[in-house]
Design a protein. Sequence first.
Length: 304
Amino acid sequence: MVSRTDIQFAGEGGVTLRGWLFVPPGNERRAAISMCHGFAGVKEHGLERFATAFAQAGFVVLVHDHRNFGASEGEPRQDIDPWAQIADWRRAITWLEARPEVDPDRIGIWGTSFSGGHALVLAATDRRVKCVVSQLPTISGFEQIRRRVSPDAMPGFLASLTDDLREQHHGSPPRRQQVVSADANVPAAYRSPEAIAFYMRELNGASWNNTVTIRSSFAASMYEPGTWVSRISPTPLMMIVARDDRVTMTDLELEAYERALEPKRLVLVPGNHFDPYDAAFDLSSGAAVSWFREHLVGSAARGA
């Protein structure tokens, strides 16, 4: 039986980050996988299922909540800084390296959506990462905003970001919007039925509410993780892309994959941005397990 333990470690600047450690049975040191969630999510948003599948395949798995979210500390709550999240993820890898269950030379990462973009940056800049799976990754924050906000609404959207920035400079707390809402009169990051169903799922008492700071969208609009994709090699890269992804945009993901160098593998799954968590879970998780086995377990078997 795979065990799941609540853990905590110090993130960048001493912020306490919390999560789960999944350990397969046995006493040997194993390859490990570090995971975290995407935009405004927590680990209970579908990650336990992936982590369990990876642990059942023989990997030690660490899943942590980003700072300001879920069980992790940090203020203001529900606030996103992609570069702080990446810095924290580096700390997660350092924490994993020191675990007695883990072979520190065989650590991989798995990121999804916004953290799928983080995984591209981290794999390109931290050679401790020996294998990466980037699922549904953010490639270009600028393009995502440009496509998702209509031309008529763009002036108002930009004005709200600027007003929020100005108010913070005068000492006000950051403004907030909902993460998901079907009401066009309510400011929200996402409006599609599939996004609403995903974020509003039952989270078994996890600390999460349907709000995010507006400045999180401002930070996301300037985030361009796709620029790092050609620098990942020689670290093996798998990208898992949904055929009808209207959140992180299928065409942007495919173009980024073409810029990546070998070794790499593309897995196309049916459905929209949220289907790899549920309807296409067997395909997406199975592909990731195969990639991790090939490059974290297979390399060790070959004496690499």
